[in-house]
Unconditional design. Structure first.
Length: 427
């Protein structure tokens, strides 16, 4: 009788021929690099082990740094040496253009009907020069977390603008400190000099109707909207946000928030399942909304688009088996399990209609537009140069937040730097 594995092997025959690999006769070991934000590593391990059990293969997991910037540096180092030690990489939504030359084209290795289940925009994002270099795994969008109990206690409502957020944060902070919690802060977010700060900054600027780089490739960051946005964010540091926020990534903000020491937090969806976990001191006291808007014409609610994809290394000795693991992890059942257990937003459209997924994560339905209209970082247009762009952005923004530079000057310099980098927008 044909096993599922041998059937899949037959289906991959064409791809096998081009890759010059034989159908795996014996079980192999696949090494998978997972990110480790919150529950990510544990969920990744459970999924990979379920696949290993079903297929008879073995998996080994490599955990990678939490900071997306550090993780990219590590991946680039590993891939540059052409080493075959890692078969499957979890890659950020902004990396296909940076890493594509090291990744296998999955289009011949994963059935088209599996690919078609995902949001087309993400499949598009992961397609570089006609090659599908990664399968979508989960979507992230920046969200505003708030304490429902504290908004009630202080007669506040969910803030619609950043100014309202700052006002509510200040009122709650003052009250909580007066009540004896000296460690309480109004707002925590990510302002360490890394990729996460680029996400936060893009959100502030987008909320005011500004942007980083236009569709024609030209930098657009020297605008009154961007200046207003950064001036506002800089005013939070040391006032409603701890000075230490300048070194915070996602997990440091969640630490303060989940200990019950913040009224508001900006974070990704993964923080929902953890905030509402059985051992969480704030369980049952958490609300989630779209991030506030700025002021003036063009202002709107916002959220940066993030998320992870699964890719197979070109240097893998087992690309076909590795692609099968990727297909499994990105598939319906596994995305459903991760959505329920860890509030990872599926990239499979049908899961947004799944009652169990929606019951575990009411905001998936309520904020559907936030996820489908999230603002993308300029990684498509800048391609392989994106990391350089982002580092220029987060360095400039970090200088403004830490009071080393005025917003107007820093943004004018940043615009000039991006212009130089791209020779006037020709990335
Ligand atoms: C999350 C997002 C990713 C982003 C990173 C920034 O992991 O999914 O897209 O680059 O945070 O810190």
């Amino acid at each position: 009788m044909a096993t599922a594995r041998s059937l899949r092997c037959a289906a991959f025959a064409a791809a096998l021929a081009t890759l010059g690999t034989a159908c795996p006769a014996a079980a192999v070991t696949i090494t998978l690099s997972c990110s480790a934000l919150g529950t990510e590593l544990e969920l990744c391990r459970e999924g990979a082990e379920a696949w290993a059990e079903a297929t008879g293969n073995t998996v080994e997991l490599v955990s990678t740094p939490n900071s997306a910037t550090d993780r990219l540096a590590l991946y680039q180092q590993m891939l540059a040496s052409g080493a075959s030690d890692i078969d499957v990489f979890v890659i950020d939504v902004i990396w296909p253009g940076i890493l594509e030359s090291h990744l296998v084209d999955l289009s011949g290795l994963v059935p088209q009907e599996d690919i078609d289940q995902h949001f087309p925009a993400i499949v598009d994002n992961n397609t570089v020069d006609g090659r599908l270099v990664a399968l979508p795994w989960f979507i992230d969008a920046g969200l505003l977390y708030y304490r429902t109990d504290l908004l009630d206690a202080y007669g506040q409502t969910v803030p619609q603008t950043w100014a309202e957020m700052a006002e509510a944060a200040a009122a709650i902070q003052e009250g909580e400190r007066a009540a004896g919690n000296a460690q309480f802060w109004g707002y925590v977010f990510q302002a360490s000099a890394y990729e996460g700060l680029t996400c936060n900054a893009l959100e502030w600027i987008d909320a005011y109707g500004g942007g980083l780089i236009g569709d024609d490739g030209r930098p657009t960051v020297d605008t009154p909207q961007a200046i207003a946005a950064l001036e506002e964010a800089a005013s939070w540091v040391g006032a409603i946000a701890p000075p230490g926020v300048l070194n915070y990534t996602e997990e440091e903000s969640r630490g303060v928030w989940q200990a019950g020491n913040a009224a508001f937090m900006r974070n990704w969806p993964y923080a929902w399942a953890l905030s509402q976990g059985e051992d969480s001191p704030i369980r049952g006291l958490v609300g989630v909304a779209a991030l506030p808007r700025g002021e003036g014409e063009g202002a709107g609610h916002t959220g940066a688009l993030g998320g992870a994809q699964l890719a197979v290394s070109r240097y893998s000795e087992h690309p076909v088996v590795a692609a099968d693991l990727v297909r499994y992890l990105a598939g319906y059942e596994e995305q459903k399990r991760r959505a329920i257990a860890g509030s990872f937003n599926p990239t499979i459209m049908a899961l947004y209609e799944d009652p169990e997924v929606l019951a575990a994560n009411p905001f998936f339905g309520e904020l559907f537009d936030t996820f489908t209209h999230a603002v993308a970082r300029p990684s498509r247009i800048t391609g392989a140069r994106y990391n350089e762009v982002s580092s220029a952005v987060f360095s400039a923004v970090h200088a403004v937040l830490s009071g080393e530079a005025a917003a107007a000057e820093a943004l004018a310099d940043l615009n000039a730097e991006l212009n130089r980098m791209s020779r006037g927008g020709r990335w």
